[in-house]
Write a protein that binds this ligand. Structure first.
Ligand code: G3H
Ligand code: ZN
Length: 291
């Protein structure tokens, strides 16, 4: 069932687990996440990037996610979120289309401009009960990049994060604490920075760049108060590796469903394991409010 993101985050906070926010790219990935959530008895956030919206269209995505949440994942709470919204048009369209949370990512602008833009979004979103994620201290790397070691992974500045949260009144905060988008061998989590951000802001923290971070660090990050963990690259890799393998083995196949079906199972498997790692498996009973 489709619920408000705040119900998921609040339950996670109460019971000490993180909610996975899974980037979907097509129908197969939506089905994979939904089936994993049902199998694990876990809440889940389904998130779409601007490029996913460009690929599928906002209306089709919104309808597919809500129909799948209602019919395939009726027993578990699912929330729909916009990930890395950089255009105000897209952010406002998502607010008006039933998303319960939007990420305005103006983190590459100077701090004051980031604050001003984020404040504009908060004003409009909060009037419609929609949560806003803001970002300060931009994330590096790109979704799907699995080949390189990054030269440098810059960190967010604590005083900037605190000022940003205080002035914008965002609901959840994303900040660079050592992870990066994609899978890179030098990804890390600077726990002292995470602790300070949590202590000084007191709002839910979103860990971006969840793919490629060792399990032990993820477990510790949840103990230190990470509330949402974003996973994108791991799902893209599971989909593409599986599809390539199936196509190579079945080059005469003429029914697309026979080629695509294993990709759903591959995504389900990855997401199921993440739900166990994040501690959200078995927690589906916690959220009650339908949107
Ligand atoms: O916004 C999306 C995430 O931060 C995904 O990062 O591709 O490293 O899992 P990832
Ligand atoms: Zn991200």
């Amino acid at each position: 069932m489709l619920v408000h993101i705040k119900d998921l985050v609040q339950d996670g906070k109460k019971h000490g687990y993180a909610v996975g926010a899974f980037n979907i790219t097509n129908l197969e990935s939506v089905l994979g996440v939904a089936r994993a959530a049902v199998k694990a008895g876990s809440p889940a956030i389904i998130q779409v990037s601007e490029s996913a919206i460009k690929y599928m269209g906002l209306k089709p995505i919104t309808h597919i996610v809500s129909t799948v949440a209602k019919n395939v994942a009726a027993s578990v709470p699912i929330a729909l979120h916009l990930d890395h919204g950089t255009s105000l048009d897209t952010v406002f369209e998502c607010i008006n289309s039933g998303f319960t949370s939007v990420h305005i990512d103006a983190s590459n602008l100077p701090l004051d401009e980031n604050i001003n833009l984020t404040k504009q979004v908060v004003k409009i979103a909060h009037a419609k009960r929609v949560w806003v994620q803001g970002e300060v201290g931009a994330m590096v790397g790109s979704h799907g990049d699995i080949k390189s070691k990054l030269k440098e992974i810059p960190l967010a500045k604590l005083d900037e994060v605190v000022k940003f949260v205080k002035e914008t009144k965002i609901d959840t905060v994303a900040a660079a604490i050592g992870t990066a988008h994609g899978v890179h061998i030098n990804e890390d989590i600077v726990f002292s920075l995470l602790k300070d951000i949590k202590n000084k802001t007191k709002i839910p923290f979103v860990l971006h760049g969840g793919s490629g971070v060792p399990d032990a660090k993820i477990r510790r990050a949840i103990k230190e108060g990470v509330n949402i963990i974003n996973i994108g690259t791991d799902l893209k890799v599971a989909f593409c590796r599986t599809l390539i393998e199936v196509c190579l083995k079945n080059s005469e196949e003429t029914d697309p469903r026979n080629l695509l079906k294993p990709t759903i199972a591959a995504i389900e498997k990855v997401v199921y394991e993440k739900m166990k790692l994040f501690g959200s498996a078995g927690r589906a009973g916690g959220s009650k409010i339908k949107t």
